[in-house]
Design a binder for this molecule. Structure first.
Ligand SMILES: [Zn+2]
Length: 435
């Protein structure tokens, strides 16, 4: 079965990483589709800088002096080594427990997960000289896997970055089997300015035009991936929503945004809130779509708003007969940037079953995409948008509760989160009624 959404998604299923010609091509294709529907999209370009690895090497040195080189990539925004490389003892850091942390000072550690700001702080305090993280699975082969370029997420004003690398999981096993005593690592980065773009469409409201609802999805992908599931699907569904709004004009103004450069640190949404700073006060809520269209997996509605809003979302699922679960938390996507600025958000995503997920790999292509699933998701997106855009009173209060605000501060970092400076929650509560 085929459909307009499926065809649009298929048309942008090519690797379109942040700042590339391919990313711009996808933006232009989507803008063209929006024009065909009858709206005039605005391409808003923005730039950001990052330190990109240009050379990354890792060699294990064993007790008997044997040297074994492993293919690695450097993490974006991590630090350079000395020009000739750094040599340090090696430790496999299985967890950040108290015993392990006493054994890592001055060493380069192997670990598996992305680090939260707090974890990175703990590792720096424990004195690590650098780290190596893993990508992929133990079933990969060098031929069927790609070594992704991750990013040191936390640029903390009070802490330096360390040299950081990514190694294939299969090579991490080989590395451990070699029982290295030392690692020799080399990393050279270069500061680059990246130019990317958002595509914004304003659908004017009728009788409540001063109030705004933002709907959006990112259209960029990580390198290697064709980004069908993450998140060409969301972008194609937003275009479908515009087609719906063409024939069902909203009462509130709807600003639809296709974000560039989400995968490199929510750059598009950050640029958008900055460029539209004077419009933020009028935005009642944000609806985001990130990850969808797979024939496998469950639909998830992330509600970054008060408890009542999650109840409201669940009621809407019952009313719509839409099979999905709700969760009250922050989604790691563009919606977090809006909620960090005090705007409640609802994000539609899709979770994969164990063994059926392939995010940020070459297997995120059209193979598992289903036109039926895309249609169902777009259908619910249209209902959700209609309800929010047309309600007599906006059904979600413009409040980010304390627990979610803490989650946002954890996510963006204490010094970077706008949530840290929002007025206290109490002030936003309605005044008690007096007789
Ligand atoms: Zn995504």
């Amino acid at each position: 079965m085929s459909s307009a959404i499926y065809e649009r998604l298929a048309a942008i299923s090519f690797s379109r990483p942040s700042g590339t010609r391919e990313e711009k091509n996808a933006a232009e294709f989507l803008a063209g589709e929006i024009r065909r529907i009858g709206f005039e999209p605005e391409e808003e370009s923005f730039t950001y800088t990052q330190r990109v690895p240009v050379r990354a090497e890792l060699t294990a040195v064993t007790a008997n002096g044997e040297r074994i080189a492993f293919p690695v990539t450097g993490l974006i925004d991590s630090a350079d080594t000395a020009p000739g490389g750094d040599e340090a003892e090696f430790h496999y850091l299985k967890s950040l427990d108290e015993v392990s942390l006493t054994r890592v000072r001055g060493k380069i550690v192997l670990l598996h997960d992305r680090l939260s700001e707090e974890e990175y702080r703990r590792l720096r305090k424990a004195g690590i000289a650098g780290y190596v993280t893993t990508s992929g699975t133990v079933r990969d082969t060098p031929e069927n896997s790609d070594l992704e370029t991750g990013r040191l997420r936390h640029q903390l004003p009070d802490l330096d970055a360390v040299p950081a690398f990514t190694i294939r999981m299969i090579d991490a096993v080989r590395l451990l089997r070699a029982r290295p005593v030392k690692l020799h690592v080399l990393l050279q980065t270069e500061e680059r300015t990246v130019r990317s773009q958002n595509v914004t469409v304003v659908v004017p409201g009728s009788d409540k035009a001063a109030e705004t609802l933002v709907v959006g999805a990112h259209y960029d992908s990580v390198p290697f991936s064709l980004g069908a599931w993450d998140n060409g699907a969301g972008a194609a569904e937003i275009v479908e929503l515009l087609s719906h709004l063409r024939t069902h004009p909203p009462r509130r103004t709807v600003k639809a945004v296709l974000f560039g450069s989400e995968e490199t640190g929510l750059r598009g949404s950050k640029a958008w809130v900055q460029a539209h700073e004077n419009e933020l006060a009028d935005i009642q809520g944000m609806v985001n779509v990130d990850v969808g269209g797979s024939i496998l997996g469950k639909e998830i509605v992330f509600v970054t708003a008060e408890d009542d809003a999650e109840v409201w979302a669940r009621q809407l699922l019952l009313e719509a007969g839409y099979e999905a679960v709700t969760t009250q938390r922050v989604m790691s996507s563009d919606s977090a940037v809006f909620s960090d600025h005090g705007i409640p958000s609802v994000s539609l995503g899709q979770g994969a079953p164990r063994g059926g997920g392939y995010m940020h790999t070459r297997y995120d292509n059209m193979d598992l995409i289903s036109a039926d699933v895309l249609e169902a998701e777009a259908g619910f997106l249209a209902q959700l948008t209609d309800r929010l855009a047309n309600a007599e009173v906006f059904p979600i209060r413009r409040v980010i509760p304390e627990k979610l605000r803490k989650e946002l501060i954890r996510y963006f970092g204490k010094d970077k989160s706008a949530a840290a400076s929002l007025p206290p929650e109490e002030e936003a509560k309605p005044l008690p009624f007096h007789f």
